[in-house]
Design a binder for this molecule. Structure first.
Ligand SMILES: *Cc1c(COP(=O)(O)O)cnc(C)c1O
Length: 498
């Protein structure tokens, strides 16, 4: 399997090259050149595999130039070395009434990004060795909370790699901040910046775009890379858990083998949901893939109308990992739905950059709507969904998952009768204030610390607080500093050369 750019540069690259480069040289995203297809017999065999076995089976079809041992080492290093529950990194729970929940947040940072960011560093180390790349890599990331922490945990103490994370001083939750400023590891650095997420993101993009800086780094045997979800190495591991969820339902007789299952995915940068699309394309019996957005409904609106329009206010919500106006991975879907037409795809992306909007043709929209459905939830609906999920279905969910629950509630009024899996992307204890507001508002007040709130929720619901979130406030603070956005490059440089 080789990879090509969505924007048409002719050169085909290996899996390793795609992982090391991240972005294609023409600014496009790497996509597999061919389709992976699992036949019915093959699927039946896969149904009996454990998570790591399944991960190998799925990923080996895409990781073309990795040897069997290399891929197996990456998989077991990520999912079997004690950072996830030993038996299986994910959980599938029944919520009744044809609904199951796929919990992807049992890793070290209690958010679904661990599923990819625990394995991406292993891919990168293996891939750069295979490409003969021996420069020291610094992973540079701006985060609105979850990605930064997951990248820090994934890359910490990985030889030959450093990690630098910038986060907005007033744009992350108390828990997220504590998680980052107490980060352990000898190769990590975290700084807050005076500004919002966009300022952090813009600063990081500027550093990446600084040709002179890149040249200086290259001369000194160093390079920058990104842990951003545009990297194919981050998308690939996410395909696996859709298979796992489906086979779980088959094993417990909730569906017959071959029967279609719908998935509802809380969506921001369109990475998680795109992985579901790849699973479906490769033969997994998936019905509708439901894209759930928060008030920043730019993607849901696109899927409904065919017009992508980012000229709208950016709203800060209780599901910050989904607060987004430019959803990068959508480009991969558009490329596919246009019949792999790089000229049209590049054209839409140019319009987006120049005018902030584009409209796809009817052919593309119809193709997309064969697989996707969409909706969004307001803040009030999200709070309501947390309460309803708990009091009616007995499941405690975080605001991101609740956006999905709410959208699903609206869709199910016109249900096609399929079993549905709601993808749960963060532990409710990571966003405890919003959860308390919905489940036990009378028991909390604004003077309480986030840890107090977690204890109250736990006492009320009987759900236990994930171990990585316990005792955060008593850990040693290693990264207390906040810098001006103008100082980001200098700060990065000091760390890279330090
Ligand atoms: C990143 C994130 C999302 C959005 O996932 P995408 O792949 O960017 O669409 C949803 N929920 C949580 C908790 C996240 O951290």
């Amino acid at each position: 399997m080789t990879y090509e750019s969505t924007r048409g540069s002719k050169e085909k690259v290996t899996f390793s090259q795609a992982v090391v480069a991240g972005l294609a040289p023409d600014g496009g995203l790497f996509v597999p050149c061919g389709d992976v297809r699992f036949g019915e017999n093959e699927l039946a065999e896969m149904a009996g595999l454990d998570y790591c076995g399944l991960a190998f089976k799925v990923m080996s079809r895409y990781a073309g130039d990795f040897t069997e041992d290399e891929l197996k080492d990456c998989i077991s290093g990520a999912y079997k070395s004690g950072r996830f529950p030993q038996d299986c990194p994910v959980r599938v729970t029944r919520a009744g009434n044809g609904l199951s929940v796929l919990e992807l947040w049992h890793g070290p940072t209690s958010a679904f990004k661990d599923m990819a960011l625990q394995i991406l560093p292993r891919f990168m180390v293996t891939a750069s060795r295979k490409c003969g790349e021996n420069r020291e890599i610094t992973i540079l990331t701006a985060t609105s909370g979850d990605t930064g922490k997951a990248a820090l945990e994934g890359f910490r103490d990985v030889p030959g790699i450093k990690v630098m994370v910038f986060y907005p001083a007033f744009g992350v939750s108390e828990t997220q901040k504590l998680q980052m400023i107490t980060q352990e590891g000898s190769n990590v650095c975290v700084k807050a910046i005076y500004g919002n997420f966009d300022d952090a993101q813009t600063g990081v993009k500027k550093i990446f775009g600084d040709a002179e800086f890149a040249e200086k780094l290259a001369k000194d045997g160093k390079m920058l890379s990104s842990a951003n979800s545009i990297n194919w190495g981050r998308l690939l591991p996410q395909i696996v858990y859709y298979f796992y969820a489906y086979f779980s339902l088959v094993r417990e007789n909730s569906v017959n083998f071959g029967e279609k299952v719908d998935f509802c995915v809380p969506t921001g940068n369109f990475g998680d949901i795109l992985a579901c699309y790849y699973a479906k394309k490769s033969g997994l019996p998936v019905g509708k893939i439901i894209c759930a957005c928060n008030t920043n409904s730019v993607v849901a609106d696109f899927l409904a109308t065919g017009t992508y329009d980012k000229n709208r206010p950016f709203v800060t919500t209780s599901s910050p990992a989904m607060d987004i106006l430019v959803s990068s991975n959508l480009e991969r879907l558009i490329y596919d739905a246009s019949g792999r037409d790089p000229v049209r795809t590049a054209g839409f992306m140019r319009e987006l950059a120049e005018k902030g909007r584009y409209t796809v043709g009817k052919d593309i929209l119809e193709k997309i709507r064969e697989d996707f459905d969409s909706g969004f939830a307001t803040e009030a609906e999200t709070t309501e969904a947390i309460a309803e999920a708990y009091f009616k279905n007995g499941i405690l969910i975080d605001p991101h998952t609740a956006v999905g629950y709410s959208v699903l509630g609206k869709k199910r009024a016109v249900s096609n009768g399929n079993q549905t899996v709601l993808v749960s992307t963060a532990s409710p204890f990571k966003f405890n204030s919003s959860v308390a507001e919905a489940v036990c508002p009378q028991d909390v007040n604004e003077n309480m610390s986030e840890e107090d709130i977690s204890r109250i929720i736990s006492g009320k619901t009987g759900e236990s607080i994930p171990a990585p979130l316990i005792g955060l406030s008593s850990r040693k603070i290693r990264f207390p500093d906040t810098v001006e956005p103008e100082k980001m490059k200098q700060t990065a440089e000091e760390f890279i050369y330090g």
